[in-house]
Design a protein. Structure first.
Lengths: 304, 388
């Protein structure tokens, strides 16, 4: 009885299904095409170029480079600039810790006590960052300058010796880094804290938890993915930052970002600059991997 | 397991005994003149109005009402999450008004379970015991014992999100019960489960309550849940307890029109008392149509208007005028719905009231009426109940 029905639509059922299935199978790839192209052109190709440049030898006069597989470049750069690498890690590490310590109370307060003004407070947090990065940093130069509004006043009041200075020290660099990257720490933390179900806290209090118990055993563990994201978003860019060091630091506290920038733009040493960048990338990747194995990815898996 | 407990649960749910006293003679939970007012902006919302309530040690007590009736607020005041605007909360005779939740010897099962997502089942259940400083091996013993009781033996290492809704529910229950609280507060704990599971958990909850002997205070908007499990029910509306009694009493003799409408299906007639025959009021509704209402100790005289409620399953449908001392009304069938075990008739009476009648499809049942038929409704006078 069903035979005539099929005969009325010869081949239709047979041909439509596979095409629809084909389109369906292709859809995710088509949708990811823009992002894929973006990553290819702006990330993958420059990365490959940079890595290959680090193994080439360049003629300083003409700027022409030839691939020589010169692995020695890495050791040479590392032995020349390991001090600057260490500076970068110290300063970025210190600034990240400061950012986490400052951001956590802010994010916590906005998430728990912001009420219906949460978005307003978040905007207030971000408003200073509508101003250009360079200008903000230069303003810090004014603020921290030897006879500026803070130090000048304290010196005039004889609370500080005349020789006291902050600019051109590591402290100024750390202060600038901490200030400039604060939102990158505060926002992921805020998202993580905001997401904690208040009823879970009610349950903790119901089960005899003190405020301290609830914070240490519920809020803090549930914020770990946010802490991890905040750490990555703050520490990694700070590691390669050169603006803060150049504007607020001095010659004795050069960070690796400044060295790389000079290699590319001043010395035109593309191979050296590329090698330094590759080393920085490798160290950062190893660090992230170790960190995520330690507490990051497992915790993230548990909550997402 | 579920089936074996079903029969005993059905037997116990009618044993409501409001006068039962606790061992210590003090009620497990007492609210004295408790009121709660919320201010949101310029708006003032009274959630609970001057409530007096005594919950007896070891009973299964339900707060039943529609959303926004104040039942959850009442429970949160017992738990300590809300402080009453006025009035006093006593737990076993101790004034706990102003005492924070972590210092009250009651535990709560939350509507959404509120399990700690970063801890496994064992650690979730052990949380309260750790906070109380119970010794480690004692904790292990009590947690495993409680996991056995709720049927989660060997699931201690699972994470909450690896469990089904029903299992999460059991974890939440175990997490509260393991602390041996003086009372367990349950805030619509079965709301997120599907019907089958909900019915199974109702039986389970009743079994667990019998097993541990702890006072349960159960908040729900589901009348069936309340009727199935409770020793006593407080039906709340608009911040006030409208009726507090055993499930049977509440169903058979609802105190107010609201209770009659909220618990099950109910037919409400309004009429004028023609005369009194002893303590029975007679409402003449038409030619040989009448409703007889035993009025108990109410002061009712001829000429008064009276609201009368009759449950749909108490009524009979017949084609001939019923004889004897029965309540009788004439009507027209407007709809017949066959439901398997019973048939559901919609009837418009001669006075214009739309009512519902349930008839059991028993072995002797016959097709009583079709749509459009003129029929007689009749019922025993003791099933007429005055309200309002």
């Amino acid at each position: 009885m069903e035979q005539p029905v099929l005969a009325d639509h010869p081949g239709r059922v047979g041909s439509r299904r596979p095409r629809a299935r084909f389109g369906k199978a292709l859809a995710p790839y088509l949708l990811s095409l823009p992002a894929g192209l973006w990553l290819l052109i702006l990330f993958l190709i420059p990365l490959v170029v940079m890595l290959s440049l680090s193994l080439q030898t360049c003629n300083n006069a003409t700027g022409a480079c030839v691939m020589t597989w010169h692995w020695g470049e890495f050791w040479q750069q590392l032995s020349l600039y390991h001090g600057q690498f260490l500076n970068s890690f110290y300063y970025a590490g210190a600034a990240t810790i400061i950012d986490l310590l400052i951001s956590f109370p802010i994010a916590y307060w906005i998430a728990f006590y912001g009420g219906n003004k949460k978005n307003f407070f978040l905007l207030m947090l971000l408003v200073p960052f509508f101003v250009s990065f360079i200008i903000r940093t230069v303003v810090w130069q004014f603020i921290l300058s030897d006879q500026g509004i803070i130090l000048g006043g304290l010196k005039n009041a004889h609370l500080l010796p005349q020789s006291f200075h902050v600019l051109a020290t590591g402290y100024a660099v750390v202060a600038g880094l901490a200030y400039n990257y604060l939102p990158f720490t505060a926002l992921p933390l805020y998202v993580a804290i905001e997401r904690i179900d208040r009823r879970i806290l009610d349950a903790a209090y119901d089960l005899y938890a003190t405020k301290r118990d609830a914070f240490l055993r519920i809020i803090l563990p549930l914020t770990v993915p946010g802490l991890f994201a905040a750490f990555l978003l703050t520490f990694i860019p700070q590691l390669g930052d050169y603006v803060n060091q150049q504007v607020l630091g001095g010659t004795s506290n050069t960070m690796i970002g400044t060295v790389i920038q000079n290699a590319f733009l001043v010395n035109l040493d593309y191979a050296g600059g590329s090698a330094l960048s590759a080393i920085l990338l490798a160290i950062a990747l190893i660090g992230i991997f170790a960190y995520s194995r330690l507490l990051g990815s497992r915790a993230i898996e548990d909550f997402l | 397991m579920t089936e074996t407990h079903a029969a005993s649960t059905a037997a116990t749910y009618e044993q409501g005994d409001p006068g039962r006293a606790s061992a210590s003679g003090l009620p497990a939970i007492e609210l004295a003149g408790v009121a709660k007012v919320f201010h949101s902006g310029s708006e003032v919302v009274t959630a609970v109005r001057a409530m007096d309530l005594q919950i007896v040690e070891g009973e299964f007590f339900s707060l039943l009402g529609p959303s926004g009736c104040g039942k959850t607020t009442t429970m949160r005041m017992i738990a300590g999450f809300e402080e009453p605007t006025s009035g006093t909360v006593y737990l076993h005779g101790r004034d706990v008004t102003g005492v924070p939740p972590n210092k009250r010897d009651v535990n709560m099962v939350f509507q959404s379970y509120a399990l700690f997502p970063h801890m496994n089942v064992f650690d979730n259940v052990a949380f309260g015991l750790h906070r109380k400083g119970v010794a480690k091996d004692e904790i292990g013993r009590r947690v495993n014992e409680m996991l056995d009781i709720v049927g989660l033996t060997g699931r201690g290492q699972r994470r909450p999100r690896e469990l089904s809704g029903g299992q999460q529910q059991r974890v939440a229950l175990a997490r509260a019960l393991v602390n041996h609280p003086r009372a367990l507060l349950l805030d619509e704990p079965l709301g997120a489960l599907d019907l089958k599971l909900r019915q199974a958990m109702q039986v389970e909850l009743k079994r667990i309550q019998r097993e541990v002997g702890i006072t349960f205070v159960y908040v729900t908007h589901d009348q069936n849940e309340a009727l199935t499990m409770s020793d006593r029910i407080a039906v709340m509306n608009d911040g006030v307890i409208e009726h507090l009694a055993s499930p049977r009493e509440i169903y058979e003799h609802p105190a107010t029109r609201f209770v009659a409408g909220f618990i099950g299906t109910s037919n409400v007639f309004n009429g004028t008392v023609a005369r009194m025959a002893g303590d029975v009021a007679v409402l003449e509704m038409g030619a040989s149509e009448r409703i007889l209402v035993p009025i108990g100790d109410r002061a009712v005289r001829a000429g008064d208007t009276l609201d009368v409620t009759v449950r749909p399953e108490k009524m009979d449908i017949s084609t001939e005028q019923p004889s004897g001392d029965l309540c009788a009304l004439r009507g027209t069938v407007t709809e017949v719905v066959y439901l398997g075990t019973s048939t559901n008739f919609s009837v418009t009476t001669s006075t214009g009231a739309d009512i519902v009648v349930f008839q059991q499809n028993s072995a002797t049942a016959r097709d009583l009426a079709d749509r459009g038929d003129s029929i007689w409704l009749s019922w025993q006078p003791q099933h007429s109940y005055p309200i309002g």
